[in-house]
Design a protein around this ligand. Sequence first.
Ligand code: ADP
Ligand code: MG
Length: 851
Amino acid sequence: MNFDWEGLLRLVANHLYSEKKVFIRELIQNAHDGIRRRARNDAGFGRIDIETRPQDLEITVRDNGIGMNDEDLIHYLSSIGKSFTRLQQENTEGLIGQFGIGFLSAFVVARRVQVRTRKLNEEQGWLWENDGSKEYRLTPCEVSAPGTTVIVSLQGEEDRGLIQESEVRNLIRKYADMLTVPIHLNGGSEPENTMHMPWEKAGITEGELRFDLHAYLTKTMSDSVLEAIPVRLNEPVRVEGVLYISRTRLVNIDQPRTVRVFQNRMFLCENAADVLPTWARFVNGVINTPDLTPTAARDNFIRDEAAGRLSAALGDVIIRHLEGLRQSDPERFTDIIRYHRLGFLAACYYYDAFFEKFAHLLLWRTNDRVPGRADTGLPKPAEVLRTLPEIIADIPRDEGEPVRLACFTTASTASQYFDVANAAGRVVVDASYPFESELLEAYTRLPDVRLELVHVDREDDPGFFSPPDAEENQQVLGLAETMSLVLRTPAGAGIRVEAKRFKPVDIAAVLRSDAVTRAQQKAEEVRLDPNVSDDLREMAEELTRMTAHQSRRLTINADNSLIRRLARHDLNSPDVRELMLGVYNNAILANQELITKQDAAIFHHQFQDLIAKGLELLEVREELLASQERMRREEERRRPTQRARHRIFFMITPFADRYTPLISACRRVVEERWKAQLIVASDQHADHRLLENVESLMSQAHGFLAEITHANPNVMFELGAAFAERHRRPFALLREQSQSPDLPADLRSLLYIDYTLDAADLDGHLNQELRKNTQIRELIDGAGWDSYVSPAKLRSIIPINLQQSVIERLATRFPTAEDWARATREDVAAILGKGDEDFADAILNRTQHKL
Ligand code: ADP
Ligand code: MG
């Protein structure tokens, strides 16, 4: 058989390599292998130098490797498909070349390729030249040291960009970063490649390793690192490197991933779909392995048995790392799982292989079993994240029986169950997030797991919800019945309401759901299927609508005081029905996940109504208090006072000055002779402005004096008022002699006292006449009364010249001699004005002495 040079070159150029620049990679690979073969056991030996001369369209790759003699040049370099390197692989570690076509790639871009080389331990050097054809020239020449120099002269200007220094530097870093031979570019003193990877460092602690890996990944990878996982395996495949859990959260389970694969330390590919098991979507990394077989283009690997073993082994490394983390740093483990919660759940859900490995590490939200958390004022019962084995280990079980694990799985139930479970001293697992309900079911089917689930959101587990006693809870059961009729969801469907007893008693109601029926499930499937007929879909939609709220039920707490109080009211009253809706809304509010837009609108309106009702209630209460106060005052006014311990006479006279002498005479008789108080109605007019005030004074009086000579209308009015509340109190009517008033008939039977203003002894006359009335006489002579001390009397005994207003205040505060006897220095000082309080002792001394 023969081959066509032109055709082969076209094939290599256009169909094998996807990019022209890889010819540089191939030259580096050859130089590297040459050095490896010369050094064999000396990893520190050798150096590659690359020079770029874009202006001359030339690039040189030089090595001090094993070199070639004329035979090598003829048999290997010039023979396409023949690789000496491959033959050497058995006795030299780390050789990369194996196909014998890499060198050919130079001709994709070259006008001419020159190779100057001298084989180790030989004197003769050789120049090999080819101008891009089947023919080459081989001539002996002088080469100063063993090694090989390859000079590639480009065909045309259009490829000049390929050999720009920066381009070549990038290429070295991408493909040859891990090669242990230093590569220098354009005489640079530092090699361009890193050569030794952080996971290869010997004698460092785990912490230092973690730090180095983080730093390395941060520098080389485009996404950021949540947790680095070192990889170092000899069995069942040889692989080393670092994987990491990405900080990028996945919304789609089939995200492209970034795992950089190096084969024998030379870059092969990244984003290969199946380097890792399919479930490990959240993992990226850098790995190096000698066990993968590259494709001829060296941009991918052959899916052989070793590739399968590699991916399985890396999967195990990830799981083992997470297991270790759960042991050594549970908090960090929790943070990581929480961060990628959905990713882990989805991986478990879609990949059985992962679930089997990972199920015991999945974290579930569960209650912390601290009862009475409601008292602490925390907004939400605290949840803890635990693995199922940990949760199950804590549940008491009967010998030989499966463990019963309480859970709730529907999103329409909520954190309220944590409260309920805490109060009942039970454990409950929240499996309401996507995938969780299915995964929890799947867990019960795992080998060696004996677990029974109790769905507290739809089953009536007596540990959580117990039936109320029908006799004792008649009203509450009636309430539940009425609420079933009253409650309508926004969609118009009814809510089933039932009464149960559950703890804590301060929860009035919880929303629970029944299992979705098979019919509902089927209807939902049909509804979403794009291929079903319109008729069928319409039917399914109707069914879905009809049953949408059937699965919700409101469980009211027969032990809750709000519920019990509500049940005692008239269940037909619109206000009470409004409150029933409130109970339902409140149950929804306890579960934020449930709130729909319509719900929110309803809450808003109901809350406003509630505010309005609250305000009404406030106003009614204020009104009530005001009217109570009015009633109290009214009553007080009506009740003849028992408070005064001294006698009081109330005198009604016209305003006219004419009667001043009469008033003075009466005052002297009443206050000085009788030791009683005289209140004059006309005095009160000056400041009373209120009829009420006069009325209240009248109600306290023990007897009345009235000047009626001219039947003055004011006098008659007050006299009439006093008469109406007479209560068998004595009345004395005074009239001027020789005047003859025209008096109303029913006054005629009363005591009339005639007087003259200029009488010689008016006081004596009045005293004598008044005492003629038995009632008055008994009042005056009766025992047990305190002696009144008038302001005038006070002024006369107090040595100090006090202001009249102070005198009056003292007289009001201490109206009787007995009051003065009890008075203290502080009492008196409090009444005296500023500057006078020092007189308190003197005043007390005098009054107590004189009275
Ligand atoms: P491969 O690298 O896959 O073996 P190549 O076509 O790149 O294939 O090279 C063919 C052969 O030429 C190599 O096997 C090797 O024997 C020889 N060769 C090429 N470059 C060098 C070099 N720089 N030093 C020593 N031998 C080389
Ligand atoms: Mg090669």
